[in-house]
Design a protein around this ligand. Structure first.
Ligand code: ZN
Length: 350
């Protein structure tokens, strides 16, 4: 079925299982970097959903032929991120509105509409938010297939409404024995391939050694958050932030990876999808915050990034971020929080 699809075998098995079940999710999120076969995989899935044969996609039925000829009446493509706002019309949000209006039309040929939605990770939050309700419950059993290069750039609320299929690069699962041939260890090569495949923004630009070091810092900070003492967090920030505002971006990138891995774990996704499988030691199943904690934490992290980019004072911004995470973590673990509000506590001792 997928034999001519140029994608990683793991993603291929995943897609075949989805199609074999015929139990369509309202929305799929296909994530992969250049060379992963992302667009081909999305088109294949759309074709399989529309095919009327017992073994989709058969390539022979009317629906399959219409898909191949780009004239299936129930298949539409939208690229809101590519829309340029001209004279107040046709910006990304207008394209999303058009898509929603399109979905309100009954399917013409088959039993449902299928919509391909490209580059959702490049949408600004306002446009992405316009998608949320439709993602949750597309009208008429329609199926949306979103494609992204950088899933970490997505609002967590979008990720959580989609069934995610990662398309690893071919070298991700099988790093060359003995490392990458350039003096890197096998572990470093594997880490680098994973991060590169996930295209995790800042993190992908860091050297593996540096990223691993920043990740270790994250695990120290996580211990402080779990311990629940705001004073210890403030003391850590005092010594960490001093004179290294520029280095903070690397650490925040690693924290983004940490939260993402945590969310994947909390939603029960396979450990092989993690960038740092060691995180399972820090987040044992018996004592793991729910996915909603990680979703909200990722939102707080985005806010912190924005404030730092707007020249917010690093100590205050990071302080408020960590104290907010500490408070939310305490609440998520059912312990309650009795400290001062994060923005008040973060402003202390300056
Ligand atoms: Zn067919």
């Amino acid at each position: 079925m997928t034999s001519d699809l140029p994608i990683h075998p793991r993603a291929r098995r995943r897609l075949e299982a989805i199609v074999a079940s015929r139990n369509w999710a309202p929305a799929y999120l296909l994530a992969g970097s250049a060379g992963s076969g992302l667009e081909a995989a999305a088109a294949w899935l759309a074709n399989a959903i529309l095919c009327t044969d017992a073994e989709p996609p058969c390539g022979r039925c009317l629906a399959c032929r219409q898909v191949a000829d780009h004239n299936h009446p129930d298949l539409a493509r939208f690229a809101p991120a590519e829309a340029k706002r001209k004279s107040g019309r046709d910006g990304p949000i207008d394209v999303i509105r058009r898509m929603i209006a399109h979905l309100a039309i009954r399917p013409t040929a088959g039993s449902r509409q299928v919509v391909l939605l490209a580059k959702v990770d490049e949408l600004k939050p306002a446009a992405a938010n316009a998608l949320l309700k439709t993602l949750e419950e597309p009208p008429g059993g329609a199926v949306l297939i979103l494609t992204v290069r950088n899933p970490t750039a997505l609002l967590p609320t979008i990720v959580s409404r989609c069934q995610e299929v990662r398309l690893p690069l071919p070298d991700e699962a099988a790093p060359p024995a003995g490392g990458g041939g350039d003096g890197r260890t096998e572990g470093e090569a594997r880490l680098h391939a994973r991060v590169a495949a996930a295209q995790i923004g800042e993190a992908a630009r860091l050297e593996p050694e540096r990223l691993a070091a920043e990740w270790k810092v994250c695990s120290e900070v996580w211990r402080l958050l779990v311990n629940g003492d705001p004073g210890a967090v403030i003391a850590w920030i005092d010594q960490a932030v001093k004179g290294r505002d520029a280095a903070l971006t690397g650490w925040l990138a690693a924290l983004g990876l940490w939260l993402r891995d945590g969310m994947l774990l909390a939603t029960g996704l396979p450990e092989e999808a993690l960038c740092f499988p060691e995180i399972t030691r820090h987040l044992p199943a018996a004592d793991r915050p729910p996915a909603t904690f990680f979703e909200e934490a990722a939102d707080h992290l985005l806010t912190a990034h924005r404030r730092l980019n707007a020249n917010g004072q690093a100590k205050l911004v990071v302080g408020e971020l960590l104290l907010t995470l500490q408070r939310d973590l305490a609440v998520a673990r059912g312990g309650g929080y009795h400290g001062p509000p994060p923005h008040v506590a973060a402003g202390r001792g300056r």
